[in-house]
Design a protein around this ligand. Structure first.
Ligand code: CP
Ligand code: NVA
Length: 298
């Protein structure tokens, strides 16, 4: 039984399988030779908003032969307090797999344990593994192997995106620099667990020098809305803009997992200058989800 709950637990060989298969799923869209999920029914159980993750998984599941239902967590009894372990044991007897977007990482882990069906983390407060797999695929599609390269993340260094980047860095052998205000840097315990070459700093300019990829994410993640005003003050300046891009390697990529807030984590001109990369990254969610689904049922 395979689950994709965290990149920490994904073996390097499985990273490579998913990245390699994404190439094929992208190339062969509309003419897949086999439908690995034919006859299956999967559910998406989401407690947070989503555009890309929801649409890419729903489309990917259908194109690989599965039926799919979208369950807003508040519309099922889960939202009225039915325990996760009971929900998981019911759904596990009916479905072939589940894709979950929620708050606590422990909730997706509990669902996987009790449902006994392949379970995929579609974003928790701790991690966004499917997004980072897509990001690495997109980097490699444009620039070749990410091994030995420098990836610089600017912004909220303690949220789900940088944490998934941290677990990828040691396994795939690239240098990761995280530039974030002191109070929003990743926990040292996570850095220790991950290993690899990871630099954490408040100095975004130093972090950008010579980078192959500049990456950012929202300053206010889902669930942190009550802190929005304070965060906007603390993060002011942690922005990807033309001045920062000049410090990176010539031709460096700029990526954003989206949704983007222009004038905050990235300025409008830089976003538009790199829109082709950013929207290819968004499109690649579909192709990567297919490789993840195929991996999960193989
Ligand atoms: N990047 C990402 O996960 O987008 P959604 O929140 O729209 O799914
Ligand atoms: N860190 C963001 C990622 C959105 C895709 C959030 O959790 O809202």
């Amino acid at each position: 039984m395979k689950h994709l709950l965290s990149l920490e637990k994904l073996p390097r060989a499985d990273f490579e399988t998913i990245l390699r298969d994404t190439v094929v799923f992208k190339r062969e869209r509309g003419q897949h030779k086999t439908l690995p999920l034919a006859g299956q029914t999967w559910a998406l159980i989401f407690s947070k908003s989503s555009t890309r993750t929801r649409v890419s998984f729903e489309t990917g599941l259908r194109e690989l032969g599965a039926g799919v239902m979208f369950l807003n967590a508040n519309d099922i009894q889960l939202g009225r307090g039915e325990p996760i372990k009971d929900t998981a044991r019911v759904l596990g007897r009916m479905l072939h797999g589940a894709i979950i977007r929620t708050f606590a990482q422990s909730d997706v882990e509990e669902f996987a344990e009790y449902s006994k069906i392949p379970t995929i983390n579609a974003l928790t407060d701790d991690e966004h593994p499917c997004q980072v797999l897509t990001d690495i695929f997109t980097f490699e599609e444009k620039c070749g192997s990410i091994s030995g390269k420098v990836v610089t993340f600017i912004g909220d260094g303690a949220c789900n995106m940088p944490v998934s980047w941290i677990f990828a860095a040691a396994k795939l052998g690239f240098e990761l620099r995280i530039a974030a205000p002191k109070a929003f840097q990743p926990a040292s315990e996570i850095l220790q667990r991950a290993g690899g070459k990871i630099i954490v700093t408040e100095d975004l300019h130093a972090a950008a020098i010579g980078a192959d990829l500049l990456y950012t994410d929202v300053w206010v993640s889902m669930g942190k809305e009550a802190e929005a005003a304070e965060r906007l003050k603390i993060f002011a300046g942690y922005q990807i803009n033309a001045q920062l891009v000049k410090l990176a390697k010539p031709g460096a990529l700029v990526m954003h997992c989206l949704p983007a807030y222009r004038g905050k984590e990235i300025d409008a001109e830089t976003f538009e200058a790199h829109a082709d990369t950013i929207f290819t990254q968004a499109e690649n969610r579909l192709h990567t989800q297919k490789a993840i689904l195929n991996w999960a049922v193989s």
